[in-house]
Design a protein around this ligand. Sequence first.
Ligand code: GLU
Length: 486
Amino acid sequence: MTSPARLRVAPSPTGDPHVGTAYMSLFNLAYARKTGGQFVLRIEDTDRARYQADSEQQVFDTLRWLDLDWDEGPDVGGPYAPYRQSERLDTYRPFVEQLLADGHAYYCWCSPERLTALREEQQRTKSPVTGYDRLCYGKTREERAALPGFSENPVVRMLVPDDVPLEFDDIIRGRVAAPRPDDQVILKADGFPTYHLAVVVDDHLMGITHVVRGEEWISSTPKHVLLYRMLGLTPPAFAHMPLLRNTDKSKISKRKNPAARLTWFREQGYLPEALRNFLQLLAYPPVEGDSELATFAEFVAGFDWAKVNTVGPIFDLKKLDWLNGAYIRTLSPSALADRIAEHYAYTGEWTPSAAELETLRAATPLIQERLTLLSEALPKLQFLFTADDDVVVEEDAAKALNEDAPRVLDAAIPALEALESFDTASVEAALRAALVDGLGIKPKFAFGPLRVALTGSRVSPPLFESMELLGRDSTLARLRRFRTSR
Ligand code: GLU
């Protein structure tokens, strides 16, 4: 039995959460649950220039929506609180002092202008040496102040030794090599630690046993391993998940892809369980044989890092659409109706009254079979929530009618008026008898005008069921009104 592992996800609140945050949370959480350990949510808000105030709440909301819940975090607390890095500034300082005292770090007063000029010069001359040139290393403040490009507030840099280990063991990739880092800033001029220092200090203090993050952090890992060594600490295990890619293999970015924003999926009407399943399949084989649908519990039960694939998974929304439809069909109609109502309450587009909710429940079985997104429900069912006098005939629906329409309506209305019971079967039998048998019109032309009269569109949920749902009065009112307009 593996000992309980502690894992974390550590998003930076720099805007609408990225889909990668959910993807990372899913795999971190799976292993925490598998080993009976904990999953921690830590907010890495040390980059004040990119900080966005509402982003943190969006992280909470979207991860909870996906049911990727954390055991410790800024909003729920925990034994290692605070879980927001901006509230831990005093925690980092002694680690910086220790690195300075041990000669593993040094102050640097180089101005941003000097650093930019240095970088440009290295690029222009295609210098084999890149990164910081250690001008400040070994100098006192006074010595450095005598040279150009001096700024009052220093940063602290780590002194990367020649023997910096550039290889590390990755749980899913095996031995991984990364390029040599330069002397990274660990404490900024504003007194905030950089990501590199804060992540190492916090992962250590919070007892994180496994750091599972995106492939884009591989190049940072030697810096972190080195910091652990300099501080005399044992590093955690590392795993770098493959980066999500578009179908054209490009990286998913919030600037280019709406689907990079986690809230986008909710706005579109995806079910959280479908999105979770989709994210799982991106980097992991189907849990059981050919069935791609798996609950989180099933995923956790057999979870194994060895099964994670390392080749860039393709973010194919068509696959997600398919999964979403499949999940929609696993719900009971009444559960689906609730999810539809929740979706519209979330987007603010529609808050059904109690009566409308009842209608929605009754109508859901009619659309469940062909629904891909929750957001498609209302357009399909709008006619049920429209007053009889407000039904508007869409242009293409009007065009599709032929000269049979008045005859059809004239025969349909009395046939329906004569019905004792207005249920689906009776309605269908009466209309078939009056129109198909009575008038000799093919079903397609016989029922088309009725559909348009009822819903205003050419396509609608099944006609006879829709009539039963609307009821006798509404159905007849719509047919008569449409007849007068012809
Ligand atoms: N704050 C980093 C991010 O935004 C965390 C990276 C890590 O997991 O170490 O992705």
